[in-house]
Design a protein around this ligand. Sequence first.
Ligand code: HEC
Ligand code: HEC
Length: 414
Amino acid sequence: MLAEAALYLDDPDFRRNALVESLANPKNTYSRQRLDAYALKTQGWDLLPEWNPQSVPATTAMAGELRAHRPLALDPATPRLWDGKRPTTMAGWVALGREVFFGYPLRVEIFMNWALEHPDVGERVGVKPAADGTYPGVRLFSDVRGRTALGITCAICHASVDDRGHVVVGDARRAFDYGALRLAYHADTLVPVDPDLARRMKTWGPGRADVTEDDDEDPVAIPDLWGLRHQSALTQAGTIKHAGPTVLAIRQETQLLHSNHQKIRPPRELAYALALFLYSLEPEARAVASASETKLVPRGEELFAAECKACHSNAALGGPPIPAERVGTDRALAFGGARGTGKYRPPALVRVSAAAPYFHHGAVPTLEDVLSPARLEPTYARSPLGKGAVAGHAFGTDLPAPDRAALVAYLRSL
Ligand code: HEC
Ligand code: HEC
């Protein structure tokens, strides 16, 4: 991985090849935007200025300033995020990647001013401070034009903050309700919002967002980032063939420059560092199961090998993408214009017990319900997305109840 760094960083032809090879469906918007602009040397995104931002964590003290209607100021002596030195060790790359994950702004986000100024709104939508008084995922920074603003980073969606203010990096922030935050802002400020967008944002709910820029309605659940290095495809629709760190670095490089409205690009060292940091993420220790549940685990593991492992096949129990018809869940994301490939990728099942609600659309509230035949009936009323059957992924639902209980016990042990 360290040797690949030099190729990615210094050789545009290597980057271009890696990009072209990685796109599962060259025709979707995601692919076309990248094919049109990435690693072209004399045109496109290679010509963008590199941006190494000044950025500090947003804090409860800043929230107080906002409530007092005082402007937030960034000390002009704030060092840049990166000292400009290319790391030489894995530990050095991972440490730099962590800085990027928490500190590199994706864009100015006026809604975060609103969340910090109104702690009740912030708390309700999952934007809250950690025990150290910082808001993970929210930064005060000097934007591309030198204006001071609050912005969001990876950590707003991909790190959780529990009731004691403890931060779990890589855990999806399932309390984050981006749609509700934006709607609260528009309701309170009377700044107009497109009614169609408002209707859509209401349907997102916590832990889901529509991260594409198309007109399709395909909000997806924020995924945990465990076991990424074992996945041969990235994103829930398997948009990217994942051969190694260069591919993930390209994803992150293009995400950062795209979300910053293609005005700048991150130094590539930061994208590579982010990739190695993501590979390093591990979940925290799991709660100890009851003795009666532990007894069921071996039987569950046997059943999993027979019923599930054909698809959930790699070391993280994810696997290569499967045609969406075969999986049978809601088709919108798999066939969406933005990232669609006609497939869904089996997600990693690391800490799957803590990953509810399930499937790419977050439609099923418990593991019991994933395996329950009742979920497939029109009378099903437990989905967070509303009453009615949640179709698809019927694997295991035809097993006798004791077998399903054993499978659930096994899944909880992961
Ligand atoms: C607004 C919330 C949000 C932010 C901010 C965000 N992500 Fe994500 N991320 C998502 C969602 C939703 C998905 C699922 C997309 C899909 O599967 O199509 C995702 C998917 C991913 C994946 C693919 C995971 C997999 O299982 O294949 C990676 C890697 C990732 N994000 C990393 C990052 C990094 C690094 C950043 C910061 C540069 C970031 N994300 C910022 C919401 C977010
Ligand atoms: C034919 C391939 C295939 C088989 C067989 C299969 N799965 Fe899956 N699994 C998938 C795919 C693809 C997804 C993602 C579907 C989606 O999000 O729409 C998935 C998703 C899941 C999820 C949701 C995880 C999350 O974080 O949302 C769980 C849990 C799961 N599978 C468990 C099982 C179990 C248990 C079995 C065996 C009884 C099984 N799977 C058999 C392909 C398969």
